[in-house]
Design a protein around this ligand. Structure first.
Ligand SMILES: Nc1nc2c(c(=O)[nH]1)N[C@H]1C(S)=C(S)[C@@H](COP(=O)(O)OP(=O)(O)OC[C@H]3O[C@@H](n4cnc5c(=O)[nH]c(N)nc54)[C@H](O)[C@@H]3O)O[C@H]1N2
Ligand SMILES: Nc1nc2c(c(=O)[nH]1)N[C@H]1C(S)=C(S)[C@@H](COP(=O)(O)OP(=O)(O)OC[C@H]3O[C@@H](n4cnc5c(=O)[nH]c(N)nc54)[C@H](O)[C@@H]3O)O[C@H]1N2
Ligand code: SF4
Ligand SMILES: [Mo]
Length: 728
């Protein structure tokens, strides 16, 4: 029997696509984008279009396994039955066990062993010796953060500060606007001036592109501000390569021009902002000539950008998280967020700014996560920042970390300062459990590996961070092998630990219902039943208060949350001056400080080149990088550099190079193709064990945290490059 199931892509991507999965005889036979979804509009990105290859990969982990070899042994990594290091043919159903590294065990054995080890660790060191580690494997509301949080809260484990991705930018945006709301993708068709600021739209947010293309057909201009010439930059009307980490200087200089020339919206500023006089004073120190020296963008271009942005309306800024993976990333996002507040473009359909829409999905977090499960009288456990995993594993004491429970994340690939992370993961006394779909860089250091379902195999509720539609993702097929979802894993572990709180028995549907119980008017009327029958629902925005203009054609009214102020800051206004920033010891308006690891920073003498350790367009962070059909679409192990930097080092296109700094070294192949400016080099994230020496680009990145939000600083890294005879 043939059946089409509606699901939602749970990967860490703003688009949260509506997906249709065709199932025949219990097997998924086709995946396509849901044509009814207003943002997905019938197509998927290239990687998820090939998702059957991932679900039915012969390399899927299908059974619980116990390690029987030393952690991270070369034998395990070079084991290549499908031409894929790390793959494990014995896990194909019906085949023989065990491998050199793994012994198949039952779920009962695995759960017993984990529970016993955790109890022993708690008895000797206390529950804070246990650390969960999860991030963006799935953004499903349930599998992302529900049963797991209940379990770890009840256990009293150390808390994980989940700031590897977006917290600097969030803090920057919220310091001005108080909430993460952004221009609807559908409204980009009305824009006449579009700035893609640190926004790799073709790579990371491809469903926005058709709206931009439509706007351009109607005459809109697309400007791209990015130190790397992305595919989006290559087809822009105007590409402005900027020196990494200098965006705050550019935004402040733009405001210097806009305010200095009286191009701001005095009425909007007077009604809805706070601190304009302080901002006016502050930007006097940022004339375009000064910003040009830092940004590498000519003063005349800065003036032109500022004037066009203020004059051509509606003007929208699609700023993405690339801008905040830098030491001053919070302040940069704060400064950029002020631009639409002073031009008043937040009033216009097709104006405003879009960093994230996630603040609109006010799901009932209490019901999902149950923070009240903390045992009475217990103190709040310590927080460990996920960016500093290497440091935490190697240096934390009182108590030291003794158990690491990893799910929905691949820290041995995605964490900065890879060598330190691996040194920690190798500790024989560290008990590591990894719940995974594949044998990743992290499972190479696991004591126990547990098999995880893909989104085809479980049900979930899906919000988004790039649009305003809520979806239910239905289960399309039975779990492969003995795979279990995150929800089911933590339900089972809770039972094993003897936690008999009722919430550990809640069904998935009950959890979805609980998540939808909210006082927020935007969720009123949205029920599981409706989601199930209508596949996606736009949040229930009240037209009268949030919209200024009415569309003619019966389309939903544009969502303009800040058309009449309504900022969720302490003052209720857009805070161009912020007491909260001041109390953090930061400039209460905004300022530019060069990142210490940059050409103008305090460490400038250490290594001469700025490294962008970027994401790959066809992978999702480290996910997908092990699949042959996806690898075909992506060039890996490359160091992109400018011809001037290559020439001065005697490096030619295609030559092997050694890239290094005080944290580590990696061997790559030079590509001299004009993607970066002089002084900048770039490489892409990949699984470490697929690259020479079992290393990835994070051997060079730093654990240093950003100015706001304790975020990672993947794009504030200095390195040197030298030619080498061969790649080892
Ligand atoms: N195909 C694909 N899609 C993805 C991902 C992926 O790995 N692959 N990752 C997902 C994740 S986790 C996230 S958080 C999102 C968001 O991902 P994005 O926010 O788009 O993040 P990045 O790709 O890190 O950065 C975007 C752009 O910023 C540029 N950039 C770097 N430094 C600077 C700077 O100092 N100034 C400026 N102006 N630009 C800079 C980079 O070169 C890059 O082109 O994408 C998601 N989507
Ligand atoms: N150099 C460099 N490093 C980076 C970045 C960068 O741009 N450059 N980007 C950073 C950013 S923005 C982010 S968000 C992080 C992302 O870091 P992670 O969230 O760790 O991202 P992934 O590499 O996608 O790893 C997710 C893992 O979860 C697994 N998984 C998927 N679904 C499930 C599930 O339902 N259950 C379980 N148990 N597992 C599942 C996948 O197989 C995959 O191995 O990486 C960061 N690291
Ligand atoms: S990864 Fe992003 S673009 Fe691709 S299907 Fe998932 S949500 Fe859509
Ligand atoms: Mo991310």
């Amino acid at each position: 029997m043939k059946q089409v199931v509606h699901a939602a892509c749970p990967h860490d991507c703003p688009d949260a696509c509506g997906v249709l999965i065709t199932v025949e005889g219990g097997r998924a036979t086709k995946i396509q984008g849901d044509p009814r979804h207003p943002v997905t509009r019938g197509f998927l990105c290239a990687k998820v279009a090939k998702y059957l290859d991932r679900v039915y990969s012969p390399d899927r982990v299908l059974y619980p396994m116990r390690r029987i070899a030393a952690k991270g042994t070369a034998a395990e990594r070079s084991f290549a039955p499908h031409g894929q290091p790390g793959a494990c043919p014995e896990l194909v159903e019906g085949a023989a066990v065990p491998t050199q590294a793994w012994q198949r065990i039952t779920w009962d054995e695995a759960l017993d062993e984990i529970a016993q080890r955790l109890r022993m660790i708690i008895a000797e060191f206390g529950s804070e010796a246990i650390l969960p580690y999860s991030y963006g494997g799935t953004l499903g509301a349930l599998n992302g953060a529900s049963m797991d949080r209940r379990f770890f809260t009840r256990l009293g484990a150390s808390e994980l500060e989940r700031t590897i991705c977006s917290s600097a930018g969030e803090a920057g945006l919220e310091s001005v606007m108080g909430v993460k709301l952004g221009t609807e993708p559908e409204q980009f068709v009305n824009s006449r001036y579009i700035i893609a600021w640190a926004s790799n739209i073709h790579g990371n947010n491809v469903h926005l592109w058709p709206f931009i293309a439509e706007a351009r057909r109607k005459g809109a201009k697309l400007v791209v501000i990015d130190p790397y010439r992305t595919r989006t930059a290559a087809c822009a009307d105007w590409y402005l390569p900027i020196n990494p980490g200098t965006d705050a200087a550019l935004a402040l200089a733009m405001m210097h021009v806009i305010i200095g020339e009286g191009l701001h919206d005095a009425d909007y500023v007077a009604r809805y902002t706070l601190g304009f006089d302080e901002l006016r004073e502050k930007v006097k120190a940022y004339p375009p000539e000064r910003a040009a020296q830092w940004t590498g963008i000519a003063a005349e271009d800065i003036r032109k950008l500022a004037r066009e942005y203020a004059a051509i309306r509606p003007a929208v800024i699609r700023v993405n998280y690339g801008v905040q993976r830098s030491e001053g990333g919070g302040m940069a996002t704060r400064a950029i967020s002020m631009l639409p507040c002073i031009t008043g473009s937040l009033k216009e359909a097709g104006g405003g700014i879009h960093l994230s829409t996630s603040g609109a999905f006010d799901l009932n977090k209490h019901s999902l996560r149950r923070p009240d499960l903390r045992p009475q009288g217990a103190k709040t456990p310590r927080a460990v920042n996920m960016v500093e995993l290497g440091k935490a594993l190697n240096t934390l004491s009182d108590p030291p970390l003794k158990a690491l429970l990893v799910y929905s994340s691949n820290p041995a690939a995605v964490c900065p300062n890879h060598n330190e992370v691996v040194r920690g993961l190798r500790r024989p006394d560290l008990f590591t459990v990894v719940h995974e779909q594949f044998l990743t860089d992290t499972t190479d250091y696991a004591d126990i590996v547990l098999p995880a379902t893909t989104f085809f195999e479980h049900k979930d509720l899906q919000a988004a961070y790039g649009h305003y539609y809520l979806q239910i993702s239905d289960q399309a097929i039975e779990p492969l092998g003995e795979c279990r979802s995150n929800v089911e894993l933590f339900r089972a572990l809770a039972t094993r630990m003897g936690f008999n709180d009722e919430c550990f028995h809640e069904s998935v549907d009950e959890m979805i219902d609980g998540a939808l119980v909210s006082n927020n008017p935007w969720l009123q009327g949205i029920t599981r039943k409706r989601l199930q029958s209508e596949s996606h629902l736009r949040l229930n925005f009240a037209p009268s208060t949030e919209s200024a203009s009415k569309p003619a054609d019966g389309a939903p009214q544009p969502f303009l949350p800040f058309a009449r102020g309504n900022f969720r800051t302490p003052s209720g206004r857009a805070e161009l001056y912020s007491e909260a920033m001041k109390s953090l010891g930061l400039d209460p308006v905004a300022e530019f400080t060069p990142p210490s690891e940059s050409r103008y920073g305090s460490d400038k003498a250490t290594f001469p080149l700025e490294l962008l350790a970027r994401k790959a367009d066809n992978f999702l962070n480290s996910t997908f990088s092990n699949l042959p059909s996806i690898q075909q679409m992506e060039d890996t192990d490359l160091l992109e550099m400018h011809s001037a930097d290559a020439r001065s080092r005697g490096i030619v296109d295609g030559a092997p190079v050694r890239v290094y700094n005080h944290r580590g070294e990696i061997f790559l192949k030079a590509r001299v193709d004009g993607a970066v400016q002089p002084g900048v080099v770039s490489a892409r994230l990949n699984w470490a064990k697929l690259s020479p020496g079992f290393r990835n680009i994070n051997v060079l990145t730093s654990e240093k945290l950003s100015d706001l939000g304790n975020s990672a600083t993947f794009y504030s890294v200095l390195v040197e490059v030298e030619s080498t005879n061969s790649i080892p």
